[in-house]
Write a protein that binds this ligand. Structure first.
Ligand SMILES: CC(C)(COP(=O)(O)OP(=O)(O)OC[C@H]1O[C@@H](n2cnc3c(N)ncnc32)[C@H](O)[C@@H]1OP(=O)(O)O)[C@@H](O)C(=O)NCCC(=O)NCCS
Length: 152
């Protein structure tokens, strides 16, 4: 099995596929529908990275927004069958490498305080905790704000 990661154009045509994958990756209250993805994908500074198995099936993706020298990860996931094979790490590494090349210096994200796998991965790639948002999620869950400095 070979996994490859690449940036693809931010095109609303990808919205149904992203919504389908998102439904497999996240619990119901956190799932985004195709309409939400289409609206995001047509915005400014949106970056979409996908992980593909054997150059075909998309098994993970990362959607982010870049504004001048800062970027924010909007959503990111790997389908359940493909977790713990390094796919999430590959996506994050490729994305961060590209941001550095473009001179982006700061990366942000929000993650549920209860999301151990994601927090573990973010800490592994150098994110640190920068804030706390109470009742951030639709189910009332709290979020951590995490940040990574990409300069230096
Ligand atoms: C978080 C997520 C993207 C990780 O993807 P993945 O491909 O399974 O991660 P990787 O295999 O690249 O793991 C890299 C590191 O992350 C951490 N990690 C990943 N899954 C973990 C788990 N279930 N438990 C503990 N640590 C975990 C580990 O530090 C791991 O390194 P290791 O394998 O050397 O121990 C995936 O679990 C996922 O899609 N979860 C649901 C969606 C989600 O929560 N997205 C993040 C929203 S902020």
């Amino acid at each position: 099995m070979s996994i490859s990661v690449r940036q693809v154009p931010s095109d609303p045509v990808a919205a149904p596929l992203l919504a389908f994958l998102h439904a497999d990756m996240f619990p119901i209250p956190e799932q985004w529908d195709a309409e939400s993805f289409a609206s995001l994908l047509s915005g400014h500074g949106i970056r979409l990275w996908v992980a593909e198995r054997s150059g075909e099936d998309v098994v993970g993706f990362l959607l982010a927004r870049e504004v001048v020298d800062e970027a924010e990860i909007l959503t990111f996931g790997v389908i359940p069958d493909m977790r713990r094979h390094g796919v999430g790490r590959m996506l994050l590494d490729a994305f961060v490498r590209d941001l550095r090349q473009q001179g982006v210096t700061q990366l942000f994200l929000e993650v549920a305080v209860t999301n151990g796998p994601a927090c573990g991965l973010y800490e592994q790639v150098g994110f640190s905790r920068a804030g706390y948002r109470k009742n951030y999620y639709p189910d009332g869950g709290d979020a951590l704000v995490m940040t990574a400095s990409l300069s230096g």
